[in-house]
Ligand binder design. Structure first.
Ligand SMILES: [Zn+2]
Length: 491
């Protein structure tokens, strides 16, 4: 942690030195940061550490969803147990409806410059001109006894009014049902969504922001109810999750948390291989082979299976599901605990993915744990996508795909390794150290990019690392002054 603080300090000091010595225009952008911070109090000390009266809200979820592979939609219901640990009386609660950024009257369109809209016409045609019916379709919002609760949906945020005020130390229950159409990520992008593979007529689903999620209430911001416009990421309270995911019975699923009914969803042979993977500390073991995945691609079962997961004290939940998935894993030791480093990828990811993905996950957990604290979760997934990188607790979606004939440029390989390090690294910031990404992008991206550089240079001597050393800020500081933005900026 010391080295991280040092890097940040060097960056800030370098900034102020440039400003003083050269008297460059824009120096006022690098004024001292003291006035930006909140006054120390009983909740937060001057060092930023929790004070004596520090509190956090808690939201525990029981979620049950079905992934409809025929129509590419998700239907779900949930109960949220919301615990008011604050000293304040709450008369309403805010819930996040992130999928609504894809509804037709989305604010995302309103803030996108016209020029950008022309450049990505397909995206906007799908999203806003009637070809894609996006957004959450909310069925019901009620309390634990089924009594409907008055609520107001304001784009990606929903305010639920409580019939009885929630006193400090009390808890309340919300029950919400919904469905939504899954976005085709290859056509209209998105942090989560699906990819269609025409050749075998199958989908890979990488799914997040799929359920109404509690907003954060803190003594600094009050309710963090800034809209989700697609750019700035997320602010979420910690809680415990019990999630049931129903999918076609030939799908392989990976998710945040521990799979608690492995005996029901995996064959004895797959269970045996999963166990072997956990015990393999040197190299990955295949749990579902490419041959098995290719057979499932052709058979397309119509039966269903429910995968059940539990996750304790996490700020979010995501999952991936497909009959195309090859699955491998290996163990990583932390004291007497073994964490499963694991990957899910279709045959289109090979030969890159079987060679590198799980090894990179294990390497990242080792390097980041040494630099910060031992990885506390039981599992870490890397899931293949065509080109994006996006992180969630215990699971992330990563790009890096060879050409059709299996060949790839070095650049593709290193980009893939970098994105896996980066997204697995986000487990530490912001998933475990739970910063408010909606407000402060630099907190998790800054710390994570620095450690990404460390992990890259330890992966391979002369790794073509593109970030992570303090000297690299010089390039930025010497750039066009009118483009330089202050660090304390909203994403
Ligand atoms: Zn990032």
């Amino acid at each position: 942690m010391k080295r991280i603080t040092a890097a940040l300090l060097i960056a800030i000091m370098t900034a102020s030195m440039f400003a003083q010595e050269k008297m460059i225009p824009g120096q006022n952008k690098f004024r001292q940061m003291g006035t930006e911070f909140n006054t120390p109090n009983a909740y937060r000390t001057a060092s930023g550490a929790p004070g004596q009266l520090y509190w956090q809200q808690q939201a525990n979820y029981k979620i049950s969803i079905e992934l409809d592979d025929q129509n590419q939609k998700i239907t779900g219901e949930e109960t949220i147990e919301y615990i008011n640990n604050s000293p304040d009386v709450l008369t309403y609660l805010w819930v996040q409806l992130d999928q609504n950024m894809r509804q037709k009257e989305s604010l995302t369109l309103a803030i996108t410059p016209l020029q950008t809209r022309h450049m990505r016409y397909d995206f906007y045609k799908m999203m806003f001109m009637g070809e894609f019916d996006g957004g959450f379709k909310i069925g019901s919002v009620s309390n634990g006894e089924g009594v409907p609760l008055p609520h107001t949906i304001n784009y990606t945020m929903m305010r639920i009014d409580l019939p009885q005020a929630l006193e400090p130390g009390q808890k309340t229950e919300l029950a919400i049902s919904w469905w939504y159409n899954i976005n085709d990520r290859m056509k209209m992008r998105g942090r989560s969504g699906m990819e269609y593979f025409e050749e075998d007529d199958n989908y890979v689903y990488t799914i997040a922001q799929f359920f109404p999620r509690m907003a954060v209430y803190s003594e600094v911001e009050g309710w963090q109810n800034n809209q989700f416009l697609g750019q700035t990421e997320f602010a979420l309270p910690f809680g415990n999750y019990e999630v049931e995911i129903t999918v076609p019975d030939d799908h392989v699923v990976g998710a945040t948390g521990v799979l608690i009914n492995a005996e029901e969803v995996l064959s004895p042979e797959h269970l045996r291989r999963l166990e072997a993977a956990k015990n393999s500390l040197e190299e990955p073991v295949l749990i579902v082979t490419q041959e098995e995945a290719e057979a499932a691609e052709k058979n397309k079962s119509t039966k269903k299976l429910t995968w059940k997961y539990q996750a304790e004290n996490v700020r979010d939940f995501a999952f991936a599901s497909s009959r195309k998935f090859i699955w491998d894993g290996m163990g990583v030791k932390f004291g007497d605990r073994t964490v499963l480093a694991t990957s899910l990828y279709p045959k289109e990811g090979n030969p890159l993915w079987e060679e590198y993905s799980t090894r990179v996950v294990a390497h990242t957990l080792n390097v980041y744990s040494r630099m910060t604290f031992d990885y506390p979760y039981p599992i870490a997934y890397s899931v293949h996508t065509a080109q994006i990188g996006m992180e969630y607790p215990m699971i992330c979606f990563n790009g890096g795909r060879p050409k059709k004939d299996g060949s790839y440029a070095d650049r593709v390989k290193y980009q893939m390794i970098s994105v896996i390090i980066h997204e697995v690294g986000h487990n530490f910031f912001p998933m475990i150290v739970n910063s408010d990404e909606r407000q402060w992008t630099w907190m998790d991206e800054g710390l994570n990019s620095f450690l990404e550089g460390v992990a890259e240079r330890e992966w391979e001597e002369d790794y073509p690392a593109s970030m992570g050393t303090p000297s690299e800020i010089v390039k930025y500081m010497k750039g066009d002054q009118s483009n330089i933005a202050p660090i304390m900026l909203n994403g």
